[in-house]
Write a protein that binds this ligand. Structure first.
Ligand code: HXC
Length: 286
């Protein structure tokens, strides 16, 4: 039974806006990224999702494909974003099977709670490797295809500012590093790196029509990350402190994704779109 469209994406978006487009998404079987992919598929895109766990990735791909009749969703399991060669091969396979890569979501992330004085050097490095190196590998492997896609949507044929949908990247980051968070030194450092990478890619690759933006989700209900964090906090009190008075939904992250990938987001580049109900502005205040 497919998840109904109304639970995945707002009805403000037109069906078919991403027809003939292909989304490549790392971490695509996770709670946030699968919602992003499902929304794009509902609105016409085909997709390739990648993950380390074969069964989880392939079964999520089959599930997302039920969103729209005729949708193609390729699930590539056993692909680790830390492996540059594997990422190149995955990008090639996506293009062979689906025809292009027009949009990329760099969503794979590593996260666990641990005090910094009890982390091993390898534990810290593991999260940096997954988040920062993994995001770099993702963008590097897909950049030739993103440039080709952006080029097809440019009016002048050469490197010009972005003029249409195609050649777009969204990095999935966080907000914890804006203020710092206990038990999350490794993730804070990694996500700051992801934000910096996104900005640098915008400056360097923007002239080819590629856009590079960040979505920074705040506390989003029903996700792996929040389940872990919630165990260590007073949920009712923490929700009360958010200006919106509640946790966000994966649908709200999907809507932000659709905005940035749609023609409505054409001139947005190098930005961090924080989707957190205003939460981080309250961090550290009473
Ligand atoms: C301390 C830990 C640890 C823990 C692992 N390590 N878990 N240290 N506390 N809870 C250490 C290990 O001991 C090891 O160090 C090193 O980290 C690498 O561990 P491995 O298990 O070998 O790594 P790996 O198999 O690559 O797994 C990576 C992982 C794992 C990050 C540890 O949790 C993972 O695969 N996560 C991916 C899924 C995930 O986390 N998704 C949620 C994303 S949510 P030593 O020294 O022993 O070798 C999210 C939200 C972020 O990103 C926003 C927050 C608000």
């Amino acid at each position: 039974m497919p998840i109904p469209k109304s639970e995945v994406v707002s009805d403000v978006w037109r069906d078919g806006i991403f027809a003939n487009k292909v989304l490549f998404c790392t971490g695509g079987a996770g709670s946030i990224c699968s919602a992003q992919v499902r929304a794009m598929v509902y609105l016409g895109a085909n997709a390739c999702i990648l993950g380390r766990n074969v069964e989880k990735t392939e079964s999520m791909a089959r599930d997302i494909a039920t969103a729209r009749k005729g949708a193609k969703v390729l699930g590539l399991g056993a692909v680790d974003v830390r492996d540059a060669k594997a990422m190149e091969q995955a990008a090639e396979r996506c293009v062979q099977e689906l025809g292009s890569i027009d949009f990329v979501i760099a969503g794979a992330a590593g996260n666990f709670l641990a005090p910094m004085d009890q982390l091993s050097a390898n534990a810290f490095k593991t999260v940096i490797d997954i988040d920062v190196i993994g995001s770099y590998n993702t963008v590097k492997a897909t950049m030739p295809y993103l440039k080709r896609s952006a080029h097809q949507h440019q009016t002048n044929g050469g490197p010009t500012p972005t003029t249409g949908t195609g050649g777009r990247i969204i990095f999935v980051s966080a907000t914890i590093h804006y203020t710092g968070a206990p038990l999350q030194t490794h993730v804070s450092a990694a996500k700051a790196g992801v934000d910096a990478l996104a900005h640098a890619v915008c400056i360097e690759q923007g002239p080819w029509g590629v856009t590079s933006n960040v979505i920074a989700p705040g506390p989003i209900g029903g996700t792996e990350g929040m389940e872990r964090l919630a165990k260590h906090s007073d949920v009712a009190n923490s929700q009360k402190r958010i200006p919106a008075g509640r946790w966000g939904t994966v649908k709200e992250i999907a809507d932000a994704t659709v905005y940035l990938f749609s023609d409505a987001g054409n001139y947005v580049n190098g930005e961090i779109l924080v989707v957190d109900g205003g939460a981080w502005h309250r961090s550290g205040t009473n």
